[in-house]
Design a protein around this ligand. Sequence first.
Ligand code: SF4
Length: 195
Amino acid sequence: MSENFTKEINGLKIDPQIFSFPFACKCNGECCNYGVYTDKKEAEMILSIQDKVKTMMDDSQSLDVSAWFEAPEEDEDFDSGVAVGTQIINGKCTFLDKNGLCSLQKLAYSENQHPWKYKPLYCILFPLTVWNGALTVDDEHIDRLKHCNKFPVSNATMVDYCKDELIHFLGEKGYTELIEYKNEYFESIKEGVNK
Ligand code: SF4
């Protein structure tokens, strides 16, 4: 699919669907029930702070670090070229506690750090994702969830609702370029319609 996308930012193709896809969701971590694919380097970072992570876990989670991650697999959509999935334990991501809170985010809060300091990139990005080299909508995951985006809290589209996440991912310059592309994209559609 990505070969049809013409715009690239930071070497990543942009799926214009993110400009029009309605998304505005406030749920309690349902998207974490399937776990996430981390980059191998992110999994290593999490293992390097395992003692601190364990202090954030409750009795619904495993303190056995060998049970935290799946086997690595090659995946070019990850910086290192290797993805490592988090395991599902008690029907939820290894790192999700029984109150629907991410232990990695709780740890960052407890240290007065940015909430995303220890969070895998693909957790931060959802409902956006990178697929075959393109920034796009993770509609497959949204569709299989019961509550995600089913009761939208506003009429926002993904590009608006995920502004902070996009700035984090693309940088301020990349985000500005994205919004310029959004305006050009809608302008080109308008011109096409008026022809
Ligand atoms: S690492 Fe945290 S945010 Fe990511 S899926 Fe697991 S619980 Fe959710």
